[in-house]
Design a protein around this ligand. Structure first.
Ligand SMILES: [Fe+2]
Ligand SMILES: [Fe+2]
Length: 374
């Protein structure tokens, strides 16, 4: 079925066009770049993988419970709406939420691909262009995989959330070359990574777990890239220039925290806007989820040198200030380990199955030929 038929409601136009400003930059300096950035580029090339092969697409997914979400984690749980729903309607709601969430991942991955390509175009240094070219390919593979998951397994897509779209638009319209890094690599990817991680670590469904673990293995490199590039560049900026970037971060963080809750799903179920908002606000699970969403952004922002007083105050206000102490390197190393461990487990399980098959075939062969009798 075409994507168009899978959208829960008609999208306005099939194409979104964002006018770009700013310069494309060529560097004639082909000398060696920064060692750490070139090492990351090498790693980006070495670690490419193919989602058509690495992911076990034969695994079945129940579209009415794609992630194994427990009742208590549903926003409506504990409300009169939930009590009135039968099991089929609750399954429907689960499907819509999973579709909404993974659709935002999908649109975000496309955004990441476009931003990475934009960085290739605009960043002045060749080592950063090289690296970002590998990231462009990574993001294409991610969009491909989330798209396949939604098409084949969930069978439903949601349009991009308005506020995510507006942050993406602001990021792309800005002519300063560091803004795609800040808006995409730090803010949007930081949020996405935290959301991927929470689902990866809580779902008991093997297919989404594989997808998230493998995607996160790549994202660890992307975050490292953003940090390296911005840390170097922000050291050269004036205080006023740094404050402008901080304002952008503050606004983006509030926007994502307050406006990216999946209220569209509840409205689709006939729940009035204000009530949907109140349920999302009141849900303990969502509150925790929204705080944890910042676990990757806050330490990153601090690390790249955007840690002015106003920004710190905003994070205190959001209740996420302490997350600045998280060890990002450790989190990233864990993301890579989890993917490698998953590969090792799957490989071991396949080996066992193969050995069993061989043993069975031998036993069968022995039975068929039977004792010769003489
Ligand atoms: Fe990605
Ligand atoms: Fe990424």
């Amino acid at each position: 079925m075409s994507t168009h038929d899978l959208y829960v409601h008609k999208t306005e136009a099939p194409l979104w066009q964002v006018p770009a400003s700013g310069n494309a930059r060529f560097s004639w300096d082909y000398d060696d770049g920064r060692d750490r950035l070139l090492a990351l580029y090498q790693k980006g090339k070495d670690k490419q993988w193919d989602g058509q092969r690495r992911i076990d697409w034969d695994l079945e997914v129940d579209p009415y419970d794609p992630l194994g979400t427990p009742d208590e984690a549903m926003t409506l749980y504990g409300t009169s709406y939930w009590d009135k729903m039968n099991e089929a309607e609750r399954g429907d709601l689960r499907r819509h939420y999973a579709s909404w969430q993974f659709s935002q991942f999908l649109h975000g991955e496309q955004g990441a691909m476009v931003c990475a390509a934009r960085i290739v175009e605009a960043v002045p240094d060749l080592d950063a262009k090289f690296y970002s070219a590998t990231q462009t390919m990574d993001e294409a593979r991610h969009a491909e995989i989330y798209g396949r998951f939604l098409h084949e397994k969930v069978g439903m897509l949601y349009p991009i959330n308005d506020n995510l779209q507006s942050l993406l638009g602001d990021t792309l319209r800005d002519s300063r070359w560091d803004m795609p890094y800040l808006g995409m690599q730090v803010l949007i990817e930081g949020l996405a990574l935290a959301a991927f991680g929470m689902i990866r670590d809580t779902t008991d469904k093997p297919l989404p777990k594989q997808i998230l673990a493998y995607v996160m293995q790549d994202e660890a490199r992307h975050v490292a890239f953003g940090r390296m590039a911005l840390r170097d560049y922000y050291k050269q900026l004036s205080d006023a220039e740094l404050r402008e970037r901080e304002e952008f971060v503050i606004e983006g963080c509030y926007l994502m925290r307050d406006r990216l809750k999946g209220n569209e799903v509840l409205e689709n179920f006939g729940i009035p806007k204000a009530e949907a908002e109140a349920f999302s606000e009141g849900s303990e699970y969502l509150q925790l989820f929204r705080q944890l969403l910042f676990s990757r952004i806050v330490p990153c922002v601090r690390d790249i040198g955007l840690w002015g007083e106003r920004l710190q105050r905003a994070y205190v206000d959001m209740g996420v200030f302490e997350m600045g102490n998280q060890n990002l390197d450790l989190l990233m190393a864990q993301d890579e380990e989890i993917a490698e461990k998953l590969d090792a487990e799957r490989f071991a399980a396949e080996e066992t199955a193969r050995t069993d098959e061989v043993a069975e075939a031998i036993a069968e062969g022995a039975r068929d030929s039977g004792p010769t009798g003489d």
